[in-house]
Design a protein around this ligand. Structure first.
Ligand SMILES: [Fe+2]
Length: 392
């Protein structure tokens, strides 16, 4: 039985579910795939039997991988980071788990193998949320309408608190094992002190008591999913996911924002202010207030600036003005204080380095360049902090 704090639980009824997607409210869904073949695999052994041959890429925990790359004693190289990813099959990965209970590697955010898409098949519920045609893998644009990913990891692993940046709605379905989800609305940003999309509050390893207190403080909700359960996560929600047991889940990412919104969303830097503007716009892209804000961001993005830092400051000021106008953070006094956006401007503004990619490049290409530049800049910043601390 699912345990959940502050979260409603519903059966897989599309009309009922729509009231949650419309209001961007998290909810636990029971029996989502009960009428499909996927519901027949709910144990590690049945996954091995049915999906053992499916190919997945295995890698280290994302945060640990990047923090590890910051170690100045290691010779930094991109190829080294990339080679830490290796292809295997679900069956072989499960064998490794049995031989080595402390397997720290995860098969996270993997394109769903064809076998899983076939097991999910079609259903009235999926058609109603425009997820009748599932594509495999992570899609950042407005097409395809729905995509499917697999998450497989060992007990003790976690995906540390962060927000996604594609504006899609997400359903996470639990195949086998138990997983804990902690969700925070975008407005909780100041309490999570994020840098870029990652919270700097480490929830992994926190005592149960502190975790409960923190959830209450930051307005978060919690659910522990059992096999067969699913949880709905609205766009731009912060999420922290813990593997309480060896576990596998399937994520459906659906209802992307319109192409015009997606295009601008990927051309802005990422911080809690900008996140909250996009969260509001994707909630109702056609409303006059969203259209007005979108047009303002489009002109700010297209304007010319003396430097990338100037562009960053202009877009940050715009995002702050909308957050204030919309009362996103209410009377929260912590937002009057400095956020990482104020002291990381040289790092975060790297997103506005003049693009070398052609203006006709697909947004996917643009996204890749921007993402890699920001990541590199954050890493260089981290390396400088580490070498500074070593000298103190
Ligand atoms: Fe995520």
């Amino acid at each position: 039985m699912t345990s959940h704090q502050g979260l409603p639980v519903i059966d897989a009824d599309a009309a009922r579910f729509r009231s949650f997607t419309e209001t961007h409210t998290p909810v636990v869904i029971r029996g989502l795939f009960d009428t499909t073949e996927l519901s027949s695999i709910r144990t590690l052994d049945s996954v091995r039997a049915r999906l053992g041959e499916a190919v997945v890429n295995v890698k280290g925990n994302v945060l640990e991988r990047y923090v590890g790359a910051l170690d100045p004693k290691e010779n930094f190289s991109w190829s080294k980071i990339l080679s830490r990813t290796r292809a295997t099959t679900i069956g072989k990965y499960l064998d490794e788990i049995e031989q080595n209970q402390k397997n720290g590697q995860v098969a996270s955010e993997q394109p769903a193998p064809q076998e899983i898409l076939e097991m999910i098949g079609a259903s009235e519920f999926l058609s109603a949320i425009e997820a009748g045609q599932l594509a495999s893998g992570h899609k950042h644009g407005s097409l395809p309408k729905a995509s499917c990913l697999v998450f497989l990891a060992t007990q003790g692993n976690a995906t540390d608190t962060h927000t996604d940046w594609d504006g899609r709605h997400v359903i996470n379905y639990q195949v086998f094992g138990r997983k804990r989800f902690l969700l925070f609305p975008p407005g909780s940003g100041p309490k999570l002190s994020p840098v870029e999309i990652f919270s700097t509050v480490r929830l992994r390893g926190m005592s149960e008591r502190s975790l409960k207190d923190f959830l209450q403080y930051a307005g978060g909700v919690e659910a522990v999913l059992e096999p067969g359960d699913a949880i709905y996560m609205p766009p731009f929600y912060f999420h922290h996911v813990e593997y309480l047991e060896h576990a596998m889940g399937v994520a459906l990412r659906f209802a992307p924002p319109p192409e015009r919104v997606v295009a601008s969303m990927f051309r802005c830097h990422r911080d809690l202010w900008v996140q909250n503007v996009w969260a509001r716009i994707v909630h109702d892209p056609e409303s006059p207030e969203s259209q007005e804000a979108l047009a303002a961001f489009e002109s700010a993005i297209a304007a010319s600036y003396g430097s990338r830092v100037e562009k960053y400051r202009a877009i940050l000021a715009l995002a702050r003005s909308y957050c204030e106008r919309w009362g996103v953070f209410g009377e929260d006094p912590s937002v009057a204080w400095l956020s990482s956006s104020d002291f990381l401007e040289h790092v975060l503004s790297v997103r506005y380095v003049k693009r070398e990619v052609s203006p006709n490049a697909s947004w996917g290409e643009t996204f890749w360049h921007a993402k890699e530049r920001t990541r590199l800049a954050v890493e260089m910043f981290g390396r400088r902090v580490i070498s500074f601390l070593q000298q103190v």
